[in-house]
Every structure is written in structure tokens, then in C-alpha cells.
Design a binder for this molecule. Structure first.
Ligand code: MTE
Length: 393
């Protein structure tokens, strides 16, 4: 497509921060260290996890770049960046989380397929861009449309990157048209991340942001948009990112029996401690993040220092000086909260965190009950072990 190209090898990848932990080099998949992740409420771009399925596309000429919108609409149209820039700009603070976050821990129970991630395939950014519903109005699709006169019910986002799962074709995904045209859903065509133009890793020049939904639906390097009757039939919607029960394995899987995962469930993780940690004192600070999908705020985070026998409630916050209250208009509804608790631990302790969202959804106690062959949505209680002393004791 004019203006945007996709290399077929990895010789033109962008520079990345050296502190990232690389889980796969080609395609580039990396996450920050736990402590760096919780160093600020808005995750710096350098520390934001990168999740790719092919080489990073390159913009050759931003003036010639456009997104073609077609399908089951009366007035298909090519939308240029100047058209997008001329629409009202919205900023939405939203946490993006890969469905594979915490997959490595799921693999310890029984092996799963997929890139291994610790607890940092997640980040919180201030996304700037046009609301998708405003863009769709440019082609005559009004707000709050669930079906177009020609029968379009889903909106498919197509990228330009070359993914081996798509046999060298582009990454794509869809969401319901009703969500895309609902201003309250805050779906963006974003051109900024934390006040700067998107960088190449995160989708320059334009990406989709679907708040509250697994990261897989927030398509980067947007090339075209199709209004379609059924959901997208691409690999990442139909043969990946679906949640199967523990009884399903590779020899008895039937992909069509399950829906593509959209909202993510309630999640939390301790980031101030590694899985096995030697601490100098019995007084420790337990700090981490909690988040839920669908715009559901975090009602409570419970912390235990005895493996889950007894609990205390941690404090929650987003921005300093502003009390966090799930559901309050001062709180960012699509964003994570940080939690913090101080504790005195015995010589050896199992520290656990679990979050509860405003719908009273709570994280499952064990990973075994949610084990699934693709290793997605490991939201089990997050456990770390501490011992007082030195690692060479
Ligand atoms: N979009 C394209 N074009 N190609 C991709 O590989 N990965 C998806 C999504 N959008 C992907 C994509 C997945 S699985 C996730 S979790 C997020 O982008 C990651 O976004 P990030 O790299 O900006 O953190």
C-alpha cells in the first residue's frame, strides 16, 4: 500500500531499550522487568511490552498513507492522516494486556504453546487519536449502529505485517460494529502514545485501541477496515486467543466450538518481588497492579503472607492525591490500579495477591482449573515466595 510497507525479514527493526527481557527475538516479543513496570502509573513507551508476529512495518511517506474503509457500506472511502487529524482528538488512558500475560507460570502445570511471558505483558498508556465512531461517520455509518443497511455487523481491522500464522499475510481482527460505533466504548484509531507519535513497535502511524479487551484486537499499522457480516475469519480470531477448558488438548481440539476472547478477566500481579526472593528484613512492601476488562474497576485487592489462609486489604491508587474509587468519574475506567501493602513476614513466606472487580469477579485460586492449551488468561492468584537472608545461605 502506498506510504506503508512491510519488510519480509528482520533487518530493519527499530531500536529497543536494553533492559527489556526478550522472550522471542524474531518476531520481537519483550517485556520490562517487574519493578520497572510499576515505576509509574503511565508506562513509559520504552518499558511498554512489545508483542509482534512479524517484522515491523515502515512508513515510507506519511502523506500518501491512507486507510481504505469498505465492505458492507454504501460509501467506501480512503481516509488519509489529515482526515483523521482533523477530527476531535481524544485521549484515553487504557491498559493493554496480552492474553498470554503470565503464560510461563501456566506452563509449569502442564506445557502450553506460545511465547513465554512473566507478569509484564501489560502496560498502561495515554492513547491519543480519533474515536473510531467519528471516523465511521465520515463514511456515513452513524453512531450506535449495530447493523448497516447492507448487513454489516462486524468491523475488521487489517494490518500490513507479514505473519507466518497467516502464511505471510497480514495480522487482522474484528470487533462488533455496535462496540465500534458506541462513543462510550472509547475505541480509538490512535496516532499518539503518551503524548508522542506512536513509535514503530507500537503501530506507527495508526493503530486501533479497544479498551478493556485483550491486546490481540488492538491492531497495529492499520491498513484497511472492512465492514463485514460475520466476525473476522483470520487466524488470530479463529485459531488462537480462544479459551478452552482443561480437558481440550491438541488431539481433540475443535476451534469452532469457542468464541474469540474479547474482554479480559480480573487480573493482578505482585511486581515488587520476584517469584523467589531473599529479603534483608521481615518488613516488606508488597506492590503490584490490578485490572479488569470491560471497563470494570477494581473494588478490592487482597494480600496474604501465609499462602492464602488470611488476608489483608491493600491500598489502591492510580494518581497521587486523587482517591481511587472504582466507578468514580475521577478514576480512569479502562486503566489498571496499583496496590500496596506493608507486611512483616516470617523467615519464609508465600505472598499472594488477588483482586476483585466491581462486578465481584475474583481471580481463581489455582492455575490448574483454568489451564488451557494456548496458555491464555492466566489470572490465577499471583504467588511469590520470600525468605529472609541471602541467596547463598
Ligand atoms: N497488530 C499487528 N498488526 N500485528 C501484531 O502482531 N499483535 C497484537 C496486537 N496488535 C499484533 C497487533 C497483540 S497479540 C497484542 S497483545 C498487542 O498488539 C500488543 O501491542 P504492543 O506491542 O503495542 O504492546
Amino acid at each position: 500500500m502506498p506510504g506503508l510497507t512491510a519488510p519480509s525479514d528482520y533487518s530493519r527493526e527499530p531500536p529497543r531499550h536494553p533492559s527489556l527481557k526478550i522472550n522471542s527475538k524474531e518476531p520481537f516479543n519483550a517485556e520490562p522487568p517487574r519493578l520497572a513496570l510499576i515505576s509509574s502509573y503511565v508506562t513509559p513507551v520504552d518499558y511498554f511490552y512489545k508483542r509482534n508476529h512479524g517484522p515491523i512495518p515502515i512508513v515510507e511517506d506519511i502523506d500518501r498513507y491512507f486507510v481504505s474503509i469498505s465492505g458492507l457500506v454504501q460509501n467506501p472511502k480512503d481516509i488519509f492522516m489529515k482526515d483523521i487529524w482533523s477530527l476531535p482528538k481524544y485521549t484515553v488512558t487504557a491498559t493493554l494486556q496480552c492474553a498470554g500475560n503470565r503464560r510461563t507460570a501456566m506452563s509449569k502445570t502442564r506445557k502450553v504453546k506460545g511465547v513465554g511471558w512473566d507478569v509484564a505483558a501489560i502496560g498502561n498508556a495515554v492513547w491519543g487519536g480519533a474515536k473510531l465512531t467519528d471516523v465511521l461517520e465520515l463514511i456515513g455509518v452513524p453512531k450506535l449502529t449495530s447493523v448497516t443497511p447492507l448487513g454489516g455487523k462486524h468491523i475488521e481491522f487489517v494490518s500490513i505485517d507479514k505473519c507466518k500464522e497467516e502464511h505471510g499475510g497480514p495480522y487482522k481482527a474484528s470487533i462488533p460494529l455496535s462496540q465500534a460505533t458506541n462513543p462510550v466504548a472509547d475505541v480509538l484509531l490512535a496516532y499518539e502514545m503518551n503524548g508522542e507519535p506512536l513509535n514503530r513497535d507500537h503501530g506507527y502511524p495508526l493503530r486501533v485501541i479497544v479498551p478493556g479487551v485483550i491486546g490481540a484486537r488492538s491492531v497495529k499499522w492499520l491498513d484497511s477496515i472492512n465492514i463485514i457480516a460475520e466476525e473476522c475469519q483470520g487466524f488470530f480470531m479463529q485459531k488462537d486467543y480462544k479459551m478452552f477448558p482443561p480437558s481440550v488438548d491438541w488431539e481433540n481440539i475443535n476451534w469452532s466450538t469457542r468464541n474469540p476472547q474479547m474482554d479480559f478477566p480480573v487480573q493482578s500481579a505482585i511486581c515488587s518481588l520476584e517469584d523467589i526472593n531473599f529479603v534483608k528484613h521481615e518488613k516488606i512492601t508488597i506492590k503490584g497492579y490490578a485490572v479488569s476488562g470491560g471497563g470494570r474497576g477494581i473494588e478490592r485487592v487482597d494480600v496474604s503472607i501465609d499462602g492464602g489462609k488470611t488476608w489483608v486489604e491493600a491500598s489502591r491508587y492510580q494518581k497521587p492525591g486523587i482517591p481511587y474509587n472504582a466507578g468514580d468519574s475521577c478514576s480512569d475506567k479502562w486503566a489498571w490500579v496499583f496496590f500496596q501493602a506493608e507486611a512483616e513476614v516470617p523467615q519464609s513466606a508465600e505472598i499472594v495477591a488477588k483482586a476483585v472487580d466491581i462486578a465481584a469477579n475474583v481471580q481463581p485460586e489455582n492455575v490448574e482449573v483454568i489451564w488451557n492449551l494456548r496458555g491464555i488468561l492466566n489470572t490465577s492468584w499471583h504467588r511469590v515466595h520470600v525468605r529472609i537472608g541471602h541467596s547463598n545461605m
